[in-house]
Design a protein around this ligand. Structure first.
Ligand code: PRP
Length: 173
């Protein structure tokens, strides 16, 4: 198996502090609840699990599995919806949650699909906003950390399916 050198970028304590802040921000913004969190699998699983534990208003969860990369490191430019949500979006306060925004393709395209289903509101939360390769504009309402570039792994982020389980976020060197 290929070996990688990896350098810590955000440790678990820093992530925990930031995610708690985001959960509090969301809870304060939606006192009436009616929230539907939609996690984009697989990468969002850890961020979403952390985030919703800090949400103090009524909410539901659903998941979509989208792949735009396959096993490649370059986006194919085409969205592949492997599994879609089952809960209705209409009249819900929807928050789309992902681990990272890179080119912006995944969230910008999936957001368009959700908009057609008449949510009451639609916002996006991402743990990492990586801006160097942005091709599509994505309005990020809740952002954990902004980074310029680098191949990031950990806390849901993978390299060829490895490293997702790591608590911190690392850059591969
Ligand atoms: C990753 C990540 C985001 C997307 C971001 O998912 O989890 O969903 O890429 O990239 P973009 O902004 O360039 O679209 P990936 O397709 O690798 O699947 P995964 O979540 O299963 O790792």
């Amino acid at each position: 198996m290929k070996q990688f050198e990896k350098r810590i970028l955000f440790d678990s304590d820093a992530i925990a502090v930031r995610v708690k802040e985001l959960g509090a921000e969301i809870s304060a913004k939606y006192p009436e609840g009616n929230l539907l969190f939609i996690g984009v699998l697989k990468g969002s699983f850890m961020f979403l699990a952390d985030l919703v534990r800090h949400v103090t208003v009524p909410c539901c969860l659903d998941f979509v599995r989208i792949s735009s990369y396959g096993n490649d490191t370059v986006s194919s430019g085409k969205l592949d919806i492997l599994m879609d949500i089952r809960l209705p979006v209409k009249d819900r306060n929807v928050i789309l949650v992902d681990d990272i925004v890179d080119t912006g393709l995944t969230l910008s395209e999936y957001r368009k699909r959700l908009e057609k289903e008449s949510p009451r509101s639609l916002e996006i939360a991402a743990l990492i906003d990586k801006i160097a390769r942005r091709e599509r504009h994505v309005e990020l309402d809740y952002c954990g950390f902004r980074v310029e570039e680098g191949f990031l792994v950990g806390h849901g982020l993978d390299c060829d399916e490895r490293f997702r389980h790591l608590d911190g976020i690392y850059v591969l060197e």
